[in-house]
Structure formats: structure tokens, C-alpha cells
Design a protein around this ligand. Structure first.
Ligand code: ADP
Length: 441
């Protein structure tokens, strides 16, 4: 068992100590990371991931506790030793790339070598090789502002490797990238770990990326909550065999990464009581539905995937159930188009006569879901309510309550159960009708 390459013991970092705005960002964090490991720091925004990261990098001294990188405390280094440490031992990749736009791509890559007295010709050859490796060779003489996000990040991956560091720190390296570029960058990091045997630490809050890591360090509120080894990777660190066992808990931790172990056990039981499909199927179903939401497959293809046997890559549903599910998805997606159109106009204050048609159509969808004939006054009230909800003037609770209220009290006078079902259906339409741009919602 090798010595840890990074070791933290009861690490505590307090911002603005002694001041009114003093803030303890991490407390009692202990961890050991081994040479050649790929680890992920994972947790919600503000839990202290970057704080630990910058502490390891040597720019944020611990307020208490100990930090060792390759057996040494970086905060005991002289200024020259620190520069050497930050350029030779550690390579960094930032979410925002931090490339210099006024110099060429290749010059960006060689930049960290300039302080090393490496001959210019040699520097450029090495940089070229790296660019080639990350599929950016033909962009060497271009300027960074001509590159896409994914290309820029591949340049920064090349730059981070130019001094052949032992450790690569990547702070949300794919935070600004689309899914294709994300995959390329993650694959590059995985290759650097696997082939070059570098220790890779990434900060992420994307659960899909956890599968690249040997171990995931779950953080919450400045604490290291738990360390979970990835059962699909051969472990480098010594881990409890028990923990390697793939249980539903591990799967659940991937689906609900921010939940406590108790809440995961609760979810497991709730799934058992309420669902006919298990978590593996849910994950697969999510992939299939994503294809539908992004309009990449048609309804018949969706039905095909749902009814294909599980071990052949499908969901294993009976054909009738598959069709029923596909009908529901198709209906919500179709109906959500009008909600999307309405919201777009509403946001741009761009109302013309068609606004009323959209509300009328949305009202019709809700009324259809109701299944019973509504009288004129109920229809009028429903339409008003639909308008208010889609315009964001009432909450879903208020919408549901107003559906239930008697006519005399200004409601639509629909039974409690139906009001619940209609509200649920309408909320699904509204969610699907929300504009999505990149990762934002
Ligand atoms: P994460 O990377 O998990 O999003 P951070 O490590 O950036 O979290 O931040 C942890 C906590 O410390 C947050 O509540 C943040 O507001 C606070 N924090 C981060 N940097 C500073 C700073 N320079 N001064 C004061 N508080 C800070």
C-alpha cells in the first residue's frame, strides 16, 4: 500500500477569522488520496469543495488541522518552493478555462514552461504533442477566442499537463460545456489517470460524472459526509470489502446524491411500496424519456425501447403498458408546446390575439383530463385559473384549491381527487413547457 499523495487531517478553514463575517467553511475534514486515484469531490454548491481544493493547491492555508502533499506541508515552503510546487506537482483545470486571448493556443499551452528555462523549440514540440493528444493540434496557431467551450477546455487540459505534474486538480471542468464536450473532457481526464497514472481530483455536482472516479467524497455543510468507493473500478486505496458490494444503496446514492443514508433507505422502501419498476429500470427509463423530451426518437421507437427485454437494453414492459406510458408522455409533451408558446409571449410582453387561443387550448387539455362535462361557469373559472397559473400569478397549491372550491366561493367545484389529478397533469405540462437553455432551467 503506497503512502497517500494527499493527506488531510481534521482540516478546518475559516474565512475572515475574528471578524464579524467569520465563516467556517470546512470542519474536521480528514481524507487520504492515493497516487493514481481518480477522486470526485461531490456536494451541493457552498459545501466547501473549492475551499479544500484551493487549500491543497497551496493558496488557502488551513486555519486548523494538517495538510500533506507528497508527505510535505506546502505551507512550510519558501516562495520558490511554492512556485515549484504549484507548477510542477499540480496541474489545474478551471471551469472558466482562463486562457489568454491575446496569445495563440500553443503559446497558452507552453506558458507554464516559460518559467522553467526549457528551450523554446522543445517547449513547442511538447505542447504540440499534447494538443495532438487532445485532438486540438490544428488549432495551435489560432487564438482562444475562436474556440468553442469544449475546445477551450481541451486546450486547458493540455496546458495542465505541460509540466508533467503528479496531481491534476479540476474545478468543475465541464460546468460550462454541452454534453458532447463534457464527455470528451471527462474521457481525457480518465485517460490521463489511466495511462499517465496521474492522480486526478475533480470537483463536480454532476452525478453522471461520478462513474469516472475510484472514490467519491460526498461533502455537505463543510463536512466530509462519507466516502463511497465505485464498485465498478478496481480500487487503489484500501477499502472495506463490505463497501464494495453493490447494493441498492450505492445505486440510490447516484440517483439522489445529496440525501443522507437514512433518506436513501426510506426511498428504497417507498419505491418497493409504490412502484412496479425498480431503480435500474428508472435510470434506463430516464434515458429513454430524455430522448423523447429532446425529440430524438419518435413515439414508436420509444415504445420499442420500453417493451424490449431488459437484458437486451430495453425496459422489459408488457406492450400494452409500454403503449400506455408512451401515450402519456406524448400527450404531456404535445400539450406543453402551448404552455411554452404562452410563456415565451408572456415573458416578452408580446401578446396578440393568439394568447387567448393558447389559454383556451390549455384549458381544453385540463378539461379533457377531467373527463366530465363542465358547465359554462366552470369552464370560465377554469380558463381564468389556467391563465393565472401559466402566467405564474398563482401557485400550484392555489390552483388546486381553487379547482376544489365551490362555485359560490369562486371555485370550479371539482372533487378533491380530480382536482389533485388535474393539477398534477397541468404541472407536468408546465414543466415540459419551460424553456431550457444548456444546463439552466
Ligand atoms: P463549493 O465549492 O462547495 O461550492 P466553497 O468552498 O466555494 O463551496 O464555499 C464554501 C462556503 O464558504 C460557502 O458558504 C461560501 O460562501 C464560503 N466562502 C467561499 N469563499 C469565501 C471567501 N473568500 N470569504 C468568505 N466566505 C467564503
Amino acid at each position: 500500500m503506497p503512502e497517500p499523495i494527499i493527506k488531510l487531517k481534521d482540516l478546518e478553514i475559516t474565512y475572515n477569522p475574528g471578524k464579524a463575517n467569520e465563516y467556517k467553511a470546512t470542519q474536521g475534514v480528514s481524507m487520504e488520496i492515493y497516487p493514481g486515484e481518480f477522486v470526485a469531490f461531490f456536494g451541493p454548491s457552498g459545501c466547501g469543495k473549492s475551499t479544500i481544493f484551493y487549500c491543497i493547491l497551496g493558496v488557502l492555508p488551513p486555519s486548523a488541522g494538517e495538510l500533506y502533499v507528497m508527505g510535505q506541508n506546502p505551507y512550510s515552503f519558501s516562495p520558490e518552493e511554492m512556485v515549484n510546487f504549484q507548477t510542477n506537482t499540480i496541474g489545474i483545470i478551471y471551469q472558466a478555462f482562463f486562457l489568454i486571448n491575446s496569445i495563440s493556443v500553443i503559446d497558452n499551452v507552453v506558458l507554464p514552461q516559460i518559467f522553467h528555462g526549457v528551450a523554446p523549440g522543445k517547449r513547442r514540440r511538447w505542447a504540440k504533442e499534447l494538443l495532438k493528444r487532445f485532438d486540438m493540434e490544428k488549432y495551435g496557431e489560432k487564438f482562444p477566442d475562436n474556440l468553442s467551450g469544449g475546445q477551450s477546455q481541451r486546450v486547458s487540459v493540455s496546458r495542465s499537463m505541460v509540466n508533467n505534474p503528479k496531481i491534476l486538480l479540476a474545478d468543475e471542468p465541464t460546468g460550462n460545456l454541452d454534453s458532447v464536450s463534457t464527455k470528451q473532457v471527462m474521457e481525457s481526464l480518465a485517460e490521463i489517470n489511466r495511462v499517465d497514472k496521474k492522480t486526478v481530483i475533480i470537483i463536480t455536482h454532476n452525478a453522471a460524472q461520478l462513474s469516472y472516479a475510484h472514490r467519491v467524497f460526498y461533502m455537505k455543510d463543510g463536512l466530509l459526509e462519507r466516502i463511497v468507493p465505485n464498485p465498478e473500478k478496481k480500487q487503489i486505496a484500501k477499502v472495506d470489502k463490505q463497501k464494495i458490494l453493490v447494493t441498492e444503496m450505492d445505486k440510490l446514492a447516484k440517483i439522489y446524491p445529496y440525501e443522507t443514508p437514512t433518506r436513501l433507505k426510506v426511498k428504497s422502501l417507498v419505491n418497493y411500496l409504490t412502484q412496479d419498476i425498480d431503480f435500474d429500470q428508472i435510470l434506463r427509463l430516464e434515458d429513454f424519456i430524455e430522448l423523447m423530451v429532446e425529440r430524438k426518437i419518435c413515439k414508436e421507437e420509444f415504445i420499442g425501447l420500453l417493451s424490449k427485454r431488459y437484458h437486451e437494453g430495453g425496459l422489459g414492459l408488457f406492450p400494452a403498458d409500454a403503449r400506455n406510458m408512451a401515450d402519456k408522455v406524448e400527450k404531456v409533451l404535445k400539450q406543453s408546446e402551448d404552455a411554452r408558446r404562452f410563456r415565451r409571449r408572456f415573458m416578452n410582453n408580446n401578446f396578440f390575439s393568439r394568447e387567448d387561443i393558447l389559454v383556451q387550448r390549455l384549458t381544453k387539455f385540463v378539461a379533457e383530463e377531467h373527463g366530465k362535462e363542465l358547465d359554462a361557469i366552470q369552464k370560465k373559472r377554469l380558463k381564468e385559473l389556467v391563465y393565472k397559473r401559466v402566467a405564474g400569478l398563482v401557485s400550484s397549491n392555489e390552483f388546486e384549491n381553487a379547482l376544489r372550491l365551490p362555485i359560490l366561493e369562486g371555485g370550479v367545484s371539482i372533487s378533491r381527487l380530480r382536482a389533485r389529478r388535474l393539477t398534477l397533469h397541468f404541472e407536468k405540462i408546465l414543466i415540459q413547457g419551460t424553456e431550457t437553455k444548456g444546463n439552466e432551467h
